[in-house]
Design a protein around this ligand. Structure first.
Ligand SMILES: Nc1ncnc2c1ncn2[C@@H]1O[C@H](COP(=O)(O)OP(=O)(O)OP(=O)(O)O)[C@@H](O)[C@H]1O
Length: 205
């Protein structure tokens, strides 16, 4: 999947958050969206994911099979962010089953190996609402990284993770990045150490 931003800008009411973003996000590319708090990183990620439309310019999606309309791009994307809700009433096992009814799981994985990867054997029947914030974040990351989609979008991936969790995240990326196009919004260099390309939001003010 190739995602092209053509002179993309977004404003809320009268305030422009960014303008004139032109970038080609290529298959297998690793991109970090950088900038201080409140600069517009999450907003740009929402444009890339198709959750928000640009106020000016275009965001275009091109799969190997041809152009993809924004309405159906979600099928090609996996997304993890601390503000994305999990289904709190579900147990971990139920959450995994539910998630992968809509998205194929990475070839080598099944529910059991995903629980093992999370290190949550003892919690697989526990309701997500009783998970700690770090356990929830690990669950979001594992669901996103283990989906067989060509695009992986991560917003502040290690928020709520302790140092062991950060190492776990690094191993997760190494294990599952494969040939995916990855975009990470971050302020923490260790979250995007694997990225080769940078989009500085402050360049587009
Ligand atoms: N729906 C909205 N309506 C109005 N303003 C919004 C909306 N969403 C975001 N903003 C504003 O857009 C600006 C950029 O917010 P955004 O969350 O994209 O920044 P960020 O760089 O991701 O911040 P952080 O690093 O703190 O997560 C902020 O001023 C925010 O208040």
């Amino acid at each position: 999947m190739r995602i092209s931003l053509e002179n993309a800008g977004r404003r809320f009411n009268r305030e422009w958050i960014f303008r004139g973003v032109t970038a080609n996000l290529l298959p297998g590319g690793r991109y970090a969206v950088l900038g201080p708090n409140g600069s517009g990183k999450s907003t740009l990620l929402s444009l890339i994911s198709g959750h928000l439309s640009p106020s000016e310019g275009k965001v275009l999606y091109q799969a190997a099979s041809g152009p993809v309309q924004v309405e159906s791009v979600y099928r090609h994307l996996s997304f993890a962010a601390p503000y994305l809700d999990l289904i709190e009433e579900f147990s971990l096992s139920e959450m995994i089953d539910f998630h992968f009814r809509f998205k194929p799981m990475d070839g080598g994985m099944d529910r059991h190996s995903l629980v093992e990867l999370l290190g949550m054997e003892k919690s697989k029947h526990k309701a997500i609402k009783y998970f700690s914030s770090g356990m929830k974040q690990r669950t979001r990351l594992a669901l996103a990284c283990c989906a067989a989609t060509p695009v992986l979008l991560l917003d502040e991936p290690t928020s709520n993770l302790d140092s062991q969790g950060v190492q776990w995240y690094e191993a997760l990326i190494e294990g599952f990045a494969g040939s995916k196009l990855i975009v990470v919004c971050s302020n923490q260099p260790y979250e995007y150490a694997f990225c080769k390309h940078y989009i500085q939001i402050t360049d587009y003010k």
